[in-house]
Every structure is written in structure tokens, then in C-alpha cells.
Design a protein around this ligand. Sequence first.
Ligand code: RB5
Length: 146
Amino acid sequence: MKIAIASDHAGFDYKEKIISLIKDTGNNPVDFGTNTIDSCDYPDYAYPAAEAVANHIADFGIIICGTGIGMSIVANKVHGVRAANCITPEMARLARQHNNANVLTLGARLISIELAKEIITIFLNTEFEGGRHINRVNKIHDITGC
Ligand code: RB5
């Protein structure tokens, strides 16, 4: 799978480690930056990574900032994106099963890299359940136009 990945300065260290994890698991990371620990603005990196998912250039996105919150706010403004900020493996599982989330956002200042990797593994390996969730997920886009 192709995974769009991005971070700001707060998530840079995790991004580099997550890129290695993605490669080690036979997937293909597409890196949208940032490329240094210099202070920067998370929308500049969240938006193009989320667009890559919306345009089907990538299958999923993983975007990291200090809390994951700024990244999720930006990504959820891209039409077709359903971004979930997860701090537990259970949240990652349910974000896929119930919400068909296609972007995972992570807070590097909130969770350890080990936990982040666990969350990613669950996120990338859990299928959408469909069924009663299909209408609800469709309504996210129909009602909001986003
Ligand atoms: C950067 O200091 C921090 O505000 C950013 O990484 C993120 O947590 C915003 O949501």
C-alpha cells in the first residue's frame, strides 16, 4: 500500500521512525515533509498529504504533530478525507471498522513511539465493517459537503 506521511517539527522524529516501519512492513511511504526539526506550520504539511489520499495517490495517510489535533483539523477539511486522531489501538481499530477512516493522525507529544507503531499496525490492518456504517459514513460527506 502507498501511505502518505507528513509531520510538522513536533512530529518529525516520529515521522522518520514511522517511514522505516512502513518500509519494513512492505508498504510504500510517500513523504510530504517536513524534513527538519525547524519550527513550521502543520497545515502546510497536513493538507498535501490529505489531498494525496483524497485523490487516491495514496491508500492511507499518517500525519503527526505534537497532539495530532491540528493535523486532524486540517485533514478533515479535505473532501473525501476521514481523519481520526487515535491515542489507543482500540480507537484505531474502531476508526477503521466504523468510520472507514483513511487518515490517521498521531500526537508525538502524547504517546510513545512504541504505542504509535502499535496504533499504526492496527489501523493499516483493519477493514471497514460496512453494513450499518455505510450510510453514516456517506452522510459525513453528503451533509457537510466536505
Ligand atoms: C507545535 O508546537 C504544535 O502546536 C503542533 O505540533 C500541534 O500539536 C498542533 O495541533
